[in-house]
Design a binder for this molecule. Structure first.
Ligand SMILES: *Cc1c(COP(=O)(O)O)cnc(C)c1O
Length: 372
């Protein structure tokens, strides 16, 4: 019997991916970086593939190699690669690799030589995010070097890609500007003789709101897990994660009792306090002190006092609460419990960060809808 758990509904992931798939003519790359946004990379990846994703996207080479080691054979793209990594291991494992500069491309060529087979490259253009990606000024040199490396047999240019600044604000002027810059970069690549099979740009927000950005492949992350990147619309997605725990201690205390470290909360009257064994070591943001919503005994309450490393306290008034009762921090919302969106609003962050934080190894992840 559990004390605290993160429950992940894999059927929700399957259905979310199927929904995304149904909304596009492009293939779907499910992004499973960051341990599947806290849901567990491997179960999330398998459920996404069941749901119709044909690609997986990760950040690090290590994440990609882990997918291969666990027997995942679908195409995988890894995009954040420090100089000096053993990229030949990626080439040998048939992992697609990002190249955003001629230096990175040279590393791919060296890796291909060592592996004895061509490296599968996705060339990244910076269309405005100013993060990874070649600038428009450096792009012609990158595509020319890539065309040369492809002619020499050391690289296969599989993709050309970029990433949005602000697609979560539909109608924001950066979206059209980036789309135009992407078209321009594709034209430059074409003039260099490249015909990449996969042109890709759309994250979840653009997948949901801008079909004209889908090209050959879309890269949804947060939507796979049932959370919306766009405030005010769920797009029919179903949140996959629930975080909950059993009440450890219940006690009656008088009015004016200070609660938790620093006594930032005092009871207004005689009341019942319930101690819930989840804290910031488990992913509860400390900013949720006196702010985070928790459902217990049929009602949503607010964390009373500071969030501790291992526990939080709830003020339950005269409601009947007993040790062993289940307190739900967030879930799909279907039973009235708070959602990751409610937590994000309460602590001033985004739903992405809430679910990703609950990847602590201390809290067991329990999967619903596992398939053999
Ligand atoms: C994380 C990430 C995504 C997925 O973004 P979401 O907003 O979660 O859909 C797509 N592409 C890149 C390059 C990313 O880093």
């Amino acid at each position: 019997m559990w004390q605290a758990e993160v429950r992940v509904d894999l059927d929700a992931i399957r259905e979310n991916v199927a929904r995304l798939r149904a909304g596009t003519t492009a293939e779907v790359m499910a992004v499973v970086k960051g341990d599947g946004y806290g849901h567990g990379m491997l179960p999330a990846a398998r459920a996404a593939l069941d749901g119709g994703a044909t690609w997986l996207g990760v950040c690090t080479l290590d994440e990609a190699l882990t997918l291969r080691r666990e027997g995942v054979t679908a195409p995988v793209l890894a995009w954040l690669l420090a100089p000096g990594l053993p990229l030949h291991e990626g080439v040998e494992a048939d992992i697609d690799l990002n190249a955003a500069s001629t230096d990175q491309l040279a590393e791919l060529v060296a890796a291909a030589d060592r592996a004895g087979r061509p490296a599968r490259a996705h060339l990244k253009i910076d269309t405005g995010l100013s993060r990874g990606g070649a600038t428009a000024a450096d792009w012609p040199a990158l595509v020319e070097a890539a065309a040369k490396a492809q002619a020499a047999g050391s690289v296969e240019v599989v993709g050309v890609w970029s990433h949005f600044v602000y697609a979560d604000a539909p109608g924001h002027p950066t979206i059209d500007r980036q789309l135009a810059a992407f078209h321009e970069a594709l034209a430059v690549a074409e003039r260099a003789g490249l015909r990449p099979r996969y042109r890709h740009l759309a994250n979840s927000a653009a997948t949901l709101t801008r079909p004209d950005t889908h090209f050959d492949l879309v890269r949804p992350g947060i939507a796979v897990y049932g959370l919306s990147p766009v405030a005010g619309d769920t797009y029919g997605l179903r949140p996959a994660m629930t975080a909950r725990a059993r009440v450890i201690v219940v006690k009656r205390v008088p009015a004016g009792t200070g609660v938790s470290y620093g006594h930032t909360y005092h009871t207004e009257r005689e009341t019942t306090l319930a101690v819930v064994p989840l804290g910031y070591a488990d992913g509860v943001p400390r900013h949720a002190s006196n702010a985070g919503p928790v459902r217990l005994a049929g009602r949503n309450r607010t964390v009373a006092g500071r969030v501790c490393m291992d526990q939080i306290v709830l003020d339950c008034g005269d409601d009947p609460v007993a040790a062993g009762d289940v307190a739900t921090l967030f879930g799909s919302g279907a039973d009235g419990e708070p959602t990751a969106d409610d937590w994000a609003a309460a602590v001033g962050t985004i739903n992405y960060e809430i679910v990703t934080r609950f990847g602590s190894p201390r809290v067991p992840r329990v999967y619903d809808g596992l398939r053999a």
